[in-house]
Design a protein. Structure first.
Length: 166
């Protein structure tokens, strides 16, 4: 990213912080379609931000607050989202292939048709999440909480076979 792009993103995040605090001078962050590949957003508070269609390939979002964020169709492949709060986020059709979601909070998240293949979802909270049509083949689900999750039509790997759940 260029210094100008970094400055623009910093200003967007500053205004978003004001918006979250109900300051009339603030505005919701609109980073839809933004190119944030490999960005270091460790611990960033992007609660409710619009990141639809954003390219966050390989980004560091460890411990970030993305609660109720719009990540519709975003590319989060190989991103570090470990211990991030993605509860109630819109991740419909998002690419999370190979992402690190270890210990992430995905309660009530919309993950319909998301690509979670080879993602690390160990110890993630997916209770009440909608995973219908999601690709979970090769994903690590050890210790994950799937209570109340909708897995209709999700794809999983059983041995060497990919199986679509009824």
């Amino acid at each position: 990213m260029t210094p100008t792009e970094i400055s623009e993103i910093s200003e967007t995040l500053r205004l978003h912080r004001l918006w979250r605090d109900n300051d009339p001078n603030g505005s919701r962050a609109d980073l839809s379609g933004a190119d944030l590949r490999y960005a270091d957003l460790y611990g960033a508070n992007l609660r409710g931000a619009n990141l639809s269609g954003a390219n966050l390939y390989g980004a560091n979002l460890r411990r970030a607050n993305l609660r109720r964020a719009d990540l519709y169709g975003a590319d989060l492949s190989y991103a570090d989202l470990s211990y991030a709060d993605l509860s109630y986020a819109d991740l419909y059709g998002a690419n999370l292939r190979g992402a690190n979601l270890r210990g992430a909070d995905l309660r009530g998240a919309d993950l319909r048709y998301a690509d979670l293949s080879y993602a690390d979802l160990s110890y993630a909270n997916l209770s009440g999440a909608d995973l219908s049509g999601a690709d979970l083949s090769g994903a690590d689900l050890r210790g994950a909480n799937l209570r109340g999750a909708d897995l209709y039509g999700a794809v999983v790997r059983v041995g060497n076979r990919r199986v679509v759940l009824p």
